[in-house]
Design a protein around this ligand. Structure first.
Ligand code: 9PG
Length: 641
């Protein structure tokens, strides 16, 4: 591999968080833009030896924990559904077995990535962690408002090297053009990590979500009805939401907090055909949003604006809007069993493929503007869940040339340009299936994990080692792994909590675990249980318990550090609480000293000063030491007095 010739500027400064930050800016320099080699898509712009990088950051490579081999690697992931958790020193990201459903690769890797068995890749913001010490590399070039390509970091553990690549296929660099800015720093402890990230990424863009309250919340139709919805069912749930003692009623409506009521996939004529499916919604959607707004809720709608099913009339009328590859074939965006023909003349890709629009075309942009404008101003929605956005970053032969990241940027700016509807009421957007780096400026509210599920996991996709699968387990891993982004890079949407007893195989302990992980480490609470089916006998006690826990922990900010794969130390910034989350299938035994060290607590509490505040498990003493025993798939929080 050859490194692109760049001119590199570096600035060092001390952040308010106390961390010394080093900002490295790369400008294209010279004639040697490598455009014709296999790695042209991922231009290598820098290559570090870990020890040199540490030395530059003032860490003596001969001392301290930083230089040992046993560090964890946080890769953060390409888009919402990609694995966004830490890999411990002995772990590798599960390698997806892709021969059955090759299209799913698009969900979990940056396009055109050249894989190699020696390296592990991560995108946007990655870190290496030794105990409580972090070495962070964050791509910060976009904060200036410039449209820059996304960055991928490639770690080679054996060689102790880190490569920096950018995905800018199709872009011809000009002399002195800004290619990327990477900010590196060392943080001691979770909160210094998070505070430095927050300082770098700023938080002013969160203000446009203020109307959703301190912690956005709502009901959505997906995680129970899935795509089988209609007006009758929506109206029933709408009527019942304020009438039964469900979670949203007790935690939001009774406390007069804003609440979203969102219709998910299933309302439309087809994927790409964003017209109302009238046999399901005979009164249209305006009638629906009026009823939602009458109840005092914020009407929400799901849309996947960039993609389409080849069977739709829409695309047959706009054949020239299809993004194609160099051979003229439509670019396959992904796989969805509910979409796309299995085969035949409307399926130019593998079974159930869907495709993507050419975002470089002005008429496509006008079309996107039209569908969003109609959803907001004609139909009356004020919360749009815009999904499958990653498709807009796929590589293809664009009508106007150039690179995907540039057209993606233009498109998402148009999608999110309306801060208010025509009546002046604020509008919010949730990004989903969303490439993180190229979206954070426009989508402050984002799904930061894979879909959750009413079961612990999905065996079929687990067997294929597909980490973008719907799974309660993996969704929690993503939520914990991205906790340092919460209210710093994004308002993290961890996806729904389940409390229902029907159509759900999670135990009450697992439901409580999910409800707590989402609450302590995310910024939005969504719920898909039918309020009309709420059963006070079976669900009332658990619901009340969750509401009490939400009240007790409302003002606490929690951090986490992985003790080992699937076992996490957790602790509050106030230092009033510390505990353990155990996502594994074994009982976890956690040494209290290690927990207190992770929590940065100088005082070592003895068991009589630790009251169980939440969860299950017990404290076991031996001499002056004690440990926490936490059952599989559960958590324990101690109040420290
Ligand atoms: C609607 C859903 C929900 C959900 C989104 C997204 O086939 N697939 O691989 C697949 C992946 C993700 C997915 C659906 C299907 O979920 O995350 O909240 O809105 O779309 O279709």
């Amino acid at each position: 591999m050859q490194i692109v010739q760049t001119r590199k500027n570096s600035i060092a400064r001390k952040a308010d968080s106390g961390a010394e930050v080093f900002e490295l800016s790369y400008f294209f320099d010279g004639t040697k833009d490598i455009v014709s080699t296999k790695d042209s898509a991922h231009r290598l712009i820098d290559f570090f030896r870990l020890d040199d990088l540490l030395a530059e950051l003032g860490i003596d490579p001969a001392s301290g924990p930083f230089c040992s081999e046993d560090y964890a690697f946080e890769r953060t992931g390409w888009q919402s559904w990609d694995a966004g958790w830490e890999l411990q020193s002995d772990e590798k990201a599960p390698e997806y077995i892709s021969f059955l459903i090759p299209q799913l690769k698009n969900y979990i890797q940056m396009p055109n990535t050249v894989r190699s068995p020696e390296s592990q890749v991560g995108q946007f913001i990655v870190y290496l962690r030794w105990g409580n010490n972090y070495l962070v590399l964050a791509s910060t070039g976009r904060l200036s408002g410039e449209v820059l390509p996304p960055v991928q970091f490639r770690l080679n553990r054996k060689e102790r090297t880190l490569a920096v690549e950018i995905y800018a296929d199709g872009h011809q660099w000009q002399q002195d053009e800004h290619m990327a800015t990477i900010t590196c720093f060392v943080a001691r402890g979770f909160f210094q990590l998070k505070d430095t990230i927050r300082e770098l990424y700023r938080t002013d863009r969160f203000e446009r979500l203020n109307f959703l309250g301190d912690r956005p919340a709502g009901w959505e139709s997906w995680y129970n009805h899935y795509n089988v919805i209609d007006e009758k069912l929506i109206f029933e749930d709408l009527a019942a939401l304020g009438a039964t003692d469900n979670l949203l009623k007790l935690e939001y409506l009774d406390k007069k907090k804003p609440l979203v009521f969102q219709i998910d996939d299933g309302w439309q004529e087809g994927t790409g055909q964003w017209e109302i499916r009238s046999e399901r919604f005979p009164q249209g959607l305006k009638a629906v949003t009026e009823k939602i707004a009458e109840k005092g809720y914020i009407p929400g709608l799901w849309l996947a604006p960039f993609i389409f099913d080849m069977r739709t009339d829409f695309i047959r009328q706009h054949k020239d809007w299809i993004l194609r590859d160099k051979k003229g074939r439509p670019v396959v965006a992904g796989f969805n069993p509910a979409w796309g023909a299995p085969c035949g003349k409307f399926q130019p890709g593998p079974a159930h493929s869907y495709f993507v629009l050419d975002l470089s075309r002005d008429d496509v942009i006008d079309h996107l503007d039209f569908i969003i404008g109609r959803a907001i101003n004609e139909w009356g929605f004020r919360y749009l869940k815009l999904d499958f956005l990653f498709a807009g970053m796929l590589d293809g032969v664009f009508a106007k040339g150039g690179s995907a990241y540039q057209w993606y940027d233009r498109a998402v700016k148009v999608l999110t340009k309306r801060n208010c509807n025509d009546k002046g009421e604020p509008v919010a957007y949730l990004g989903c299936g969303m490439p993180f780096e190229t979206s954070f400026m426009n989508f402050p509210l984002s799904r930061i994990g894979t879909d959750t599920l009413e079961h612990w996991d999905r065996a079929d996709l687990k067997m294929l080692r597909f980490c973008g699968r719907p799974s309660a387990h993996l969704s929690m891993r993503d939520t914990l792994g991205h906790a340092f982004w919460n209210k710093a890079v994004y308002l993290n949407d961890p996806d729904v909590v389940f409390l229902r007893s029907s159509n759900c195989t999670l135990s009450d302990t697992e439901k409580e675990l999910l409800a707590m992980v989402n609450f302590l480490f995310g910024s939005q609470i969504m719920h898909s249980d039918d309020p009309s089916a709420f059963d006070p006998e079976k669900e009332g006690a658990l619901t009340k318990r969750i509401v009490n826990l939400y009240t007790e922990f409302a003002d606490e900010e929690f951090g986490n550090i992985a003790a080992e794969s699937d076992v996490y130390y957790i602790f509050s910034r106030s230092k009033s609480f510390a505990g353990v989350i155990n996502l594994s299938d074994k009982e976890a035994e956690v040494d209290s000293k290690a927990l207190f060290e992770a929590a940065d607590l100088e005082t070592k509490f003895s068991p009589e000063h630790c009251r169980t505040a939440a969860g299950t498990g017990k404290v076991q003493t031996s001499g002056t030491d004690f440990s926490l025993l936490v059952p599989p798939r559960s958590y324990l929080i101690l109040a420290l007095q």
